[in-house]
Design a protein around this ligand. Structure first.
Ligand SMILES: Nc1nc2c(ncn2[C@@H]2O[C@H](COP(=O)(O)OP(=O)(O)OP(=O)(O)O)[C@@H](O)[C@H]2O)c(=O)[nH]1
Ligand SMILES: [Mg+2]
Length: 385
């Protein structure tokens, strides 16, 4: 149970995302405040779920269901319309509840309800997990995974060499970067020269016409994104303006569009660098030191027409797994593209039960252990409390 000095209200549902929203009301005055805004024919006590209406004087705002989780903790389940949600929250604020951020509210609640900080952090992270696989990784850290590993090391602290513990921490931190992709999702930028078929590829991945496609170089200016599931990761694909020095010199809008593309290239997990396989002009590879690049040669259907070898024999199909050829227009090679993405991001066959760190706090502790000269007993204990 949460011990709170003041009464707080928090919207727990991500806005605009669902038909039903949940509003938490907790703190010393919560029962009194609820009585002023909630009309029902039933009594509300710990453990009960009660149907009724949120009202503003004689006016009904919304029909709701209210659960009483603890003596002074209520969960109001209302309709997800953001306008209704705002009115409900305003009524609760009017009678004295302070509106707080959902993460801050839940973080405190989970810390009270959980046996360790790792468990509380896992519950909080689970709320935003991009995929079921991500939620499973988090769930397995509570009793197994990170918790079990840290407990095991603490149990043998005098007998295991610090260097060995440090190596284990490095391994966990390395695997944590991969887990982060599964838990939070990734951003993949589709870049390349004008007219190479970037927008066609985005439409193909989205399964519908999201973006304008045309023969005119420089069709795409503002970036457009679609989100897809490539099991086990959620991917946000971003279509960008074609990279071309000549276009960039043409006018301010082109220059700005290409500036944005360059910024996006700096902040993504993977770049799909799309080139026209049938084009005669040579486009150098994109210059990226930190981000992996998958070279995608598009329009392989045109190879025969222009007298080049068929796609399967083409040099770009060779052993290099970071280069593939596709036809976005004809949906050829898209499965291979998806598999290459998963391979490069290292998310295939990820063992969900092994330890990973999934918060900055945990990563900072493991990182500190890798640098310490002393036995890391206190640092390991900090993971739990
Ligand atoms: N034959 C063939 N044509 C394609 C393929 N992919 C795209 N195209 C054509 O190539 C032209 C350019 O496609 P877009 O998707 O607009 O190219 P883009 O890279 O987004 O172009 P910009 O936005 O100008 O940078 C269009 O006429 C598409 O129909 C493909 O796989 N095969
Ligand atoms: Mg385009």
């Amino acid at each position: 149970m949460m011990l709170m000095k003041k009464t707080e209200v928090a919207i727990l549902t991500v806005r605009g995302m669902s038909a039903i929203a949940s509003v938490a009301l907790a703190g010393p005055d919560s029962h009194e405040i609820l009585k002023k805004v909630f009309r029902t024919g039933q009594g509300i006590a710990k453990g009960s779920v009660v149907h009724g209406w949120i009202v503003d004087g004689g006016r009904i705002i919304d029909e709701v269901v209210v659960g009483c989780e603890e003596d002074n903790e209520f969960m109001i389940h209302c309709h997800g319309n953001p306008l209704l949600l705002d009115q409900i929250v305003k009524r609760l604020q009017f009678y004295g509840a302070a509106l707080v951020d959902a993460d801050a509210f839940l973080s405190r609640k989970y810390r009270c309800d959980s046996s360790s900080v790792i468990e509380a952090e896992a519950k909080l992270a689970m709320r935003k997990s991009a995929t079921l696989a991500g939620a499973k990784i988090l769930q397995s850290q509570i009793n197994g995974g990170l918790s079990a590993w840290a407990q095991g090391v603490l149990g043998n602290i005098g007998t295991v060499a610090t260097k060995e513990i440090q190596e284990q921490c490095e391994d966990i931190l390395r695997r944590s970067q991969i887990a982060k992709r599964i838990i939070e999702g990734v951003r993949i930028v589709i870049a390349g020269p004008p007219n190479s078929g970037k927008s066609t590829l985005l439409n193909c991945l989205a399964g519908q016409e999201q973006v304008i496609v045309s023969d005119t170089a420089g069709t795409t200016r503002d970036w457009v994104s679609v989100t897809c599931l490539i099991d086990p990761i959620r991917v946000e694909f971003i279509d960008t303006a074609g990279l071309d020095d000549e276009l960039a010199c043409k006018d301010d809008i082109e220059r700005a569009a290409q500036g944005i593309t360059n910024e996006l290239l700096e902040s993504c997990d993977l770049i799909l660098y799309v080139r026209d396989i049938s084009a005669d002009s040579y486009w150098p590879a994109v210059d990226s030191t930190h981000t992996p690049v998958l070279s995608v040669y598009n329009k392989c259907d045109l190879l025969q027409k222009c007298g080049k070898p068929a796609a399967s024999e083409h040099q770009f199909q060779a052993s290099d797994s970071r280069t593939i050829s596709i036809s976005a227009k004809n949906n050829i090679g898209i499965d291979l593209l998806s598999r290459s993405i998963l391979d490069i991001l290292d998310v295939c066959d990820f063992d969900m039960n092994r330890p990973v760190a999934f918060t900055q706090r945990q990563c900072a502790i493991l990182s500190a252990i890798t640098k310490t000269d002393s036995i890391p007993e206190e640092l390991l204990s900090n993971l739990f409390f």
